[in-house]
Design a binder for this molecule. Structure first.
Ligand code: HEM
Length: 402
């Protein structure tokens, strides 16, 4: 899910998500202490290339990823120059750069900045999303509280972003998940640019600082019962972290997990929005429970302490049961899904039709077809898009023969 959101935001193409997910985990492994041995025994990295399989592997991974980003960037630019690109970050970047020469980097740098934005939104959001499921399985009382809140505040439908001010219990469970199981537990390292003093400690210029988020979020003064999942710490007066108004707080924005200062995470709002609709929808639709093994009739435990050991963590794969709360919930969620997919396809086709009408007669200078309808959607979509695609293909075949 996180990958589809990021691919839509970056290139307006959710069908790219599979590649981006694999590529994101490849990068994360490479930059984690638990990745290649050169990340721990750093002198090995400086061995000459023929004796250095780690550097060769990284060069291959890097070049392949960079090449893929460049391709996406140039394709998007191509579509944009023909008015066939809908809004996305790459289009916004291209449009802003068209009249200002404030970006000194070339295509490689531009594509890398945009590609990296897509990537970082994948492995980061996946952590709290998965841990939220773990938390709900282990704390049915809170799961029920979220379901009751969503039912009463959203009038029986799936929660939407506009509902956020009326869903403090859902927001508290999300925030407590991120506190209970921080997914960048060792934080992101910074380096001191000048000599500094902090509370009597001298910090020399060039010192590497590791903000240990796991420890910050277990400070017993700020978070009593730090090992326990206690969403009430955000909801009830008397807890050190309680803050009003509840229409605004709790919010995950500004949490230490996102870092500080001018390099603070740029994705806090995206993360908050994604988690609110995803966790809210899961609670609205399903009872989230341990799975029962059909062979033994025994419950399969959902571990709370098993994760990968990368820089950004998520739980190891686990089994659980997603039981629809009722047949009505099941049918409604499938209907909403189909309607949303159909609306997306229709919007893409209408956009393309308008764009093509707007520039009839200029096609001849085109070298290759471009489309706002991703290939996968083209294949899946209905008659209208199918026939439109055939017309388009035939037209391009003609152009290419000329
Ligand atoms: C659970 C979700 C996330 C967590 C915990 C997280 C955490 C972080 C952390 C710790 C940093 C480093 C901050 C520092 O240097 O002090 C960071 C930077 C960054 N994050 Fe996130 N992030 C999350 C989601 C996202 C998403 C969804 C996006 C993209 C939309 C994103 C984009 C970025 C960018 C671009 C930076 C670099 C900012 C800079 O160096 O100027 N993050 N994030």
């Amino acid at each position: 899910m996180a990958s589809k959101v990021m691919c839509t935001l970056t290139w307006d193409d959710p069908s790219l998500s599979e590649y981006v997910t694999t590529s994101a985990w490849g990068l994360l492994r490479q930059m984690s202490p638990a990745g290649p041995i050169t990340n721990v025994l750093t002198p090995l990295w400086h061995l000459p290339l023929p004796l250095n399989p780690w550097k060769r592997a990284e060069q291959k991974r890097h070049d392949e990823q960079q090449g893929w980003w460049l391709k996406r960037y140039r394709e998007t630019r191509h579509r944009n120059s023909h008015g066939e690109q809908r809004w996305c970050w790459t289009k916004q970047f291209l449009d802003k750069m068209a009249d200002k020469s404030c970006f000194a980097g070339g295509d490689e740098e531009a594509s890398s900045v945009l590609g990296m934005m897509a990537l970082v939104g994948v492995f980061t959001v996946a952590g709290p999303l998965s841990y939220w499921l773990v938390a709900m399985v282990h704390h049915p009382r809170w799961q029920l509280a979220v379901q009751e809140e969503v039912d009463s505040e959203c009038g029986g439908r799936l929660p939407m972003l506009e509902d956020a001010p009326r869903l403090p219990v859902l927001r508290a469970c999300i925030k407590e998940t991120m506190r209970w199981r921080p997914n960048v537990p060792t934080g992101v390292a910074h380096e001191s640019e000048t000599d500094d003093n902090y509370k009597g400690f001298f910090i020399e210029k060039g010192t590497r600082l590791l903000p240990l988020d796991w420890a910050f979020l277990r400070n017993p003064v700020k978070y009593p019962y730090p090992e326990e999942f206690r969403p009430e710490r955000w909801l009830e007066p008397g807890w050190p972290t309680f803050q009003e108004p509840l229409s605004q707080f709790p919010t995950i924005k500004g949490m230490s997990s996102f870092g500080w200062g001018q390099r603070q995470c740029l994705g806090m709002a995206v993360t908050q929005d994604e988690l609110l609709v995803a966790c809210g929808a899961l609670a609205w639709c399903f009872n989230l429970k341990e799975k029962v093994d059909p062979a033994t009739n025994q419950r399969i435990p959902v571990p709370t302490d098993k994760s990968n050991s990368l820089l950004i963590i998520k739980p190891d794969p686990f089994q659980m049961s997603f039981e629809p709360r009722s047949t009505g919930h099941r049918e409604e969620v499938l209907k909403v899904w189909e309607e949303a997919e159909a609306a997306d396809r229709k919007a893409r086709v209408e956009f393309l039709e308008t764009a093509t009408r707007g520039r009839s007669g200029t096609d001849a200078d085109r070298k290759e077809p471009c489309s706002a309808v991703p290939e996968r959607l083209m294949k899946e979509c209905g008659e209208k898009v199918g026939s439109w695609a055939k017309i388009k293909q035939a037209r391009w075949a003609k152009v290419c023969r000329q």
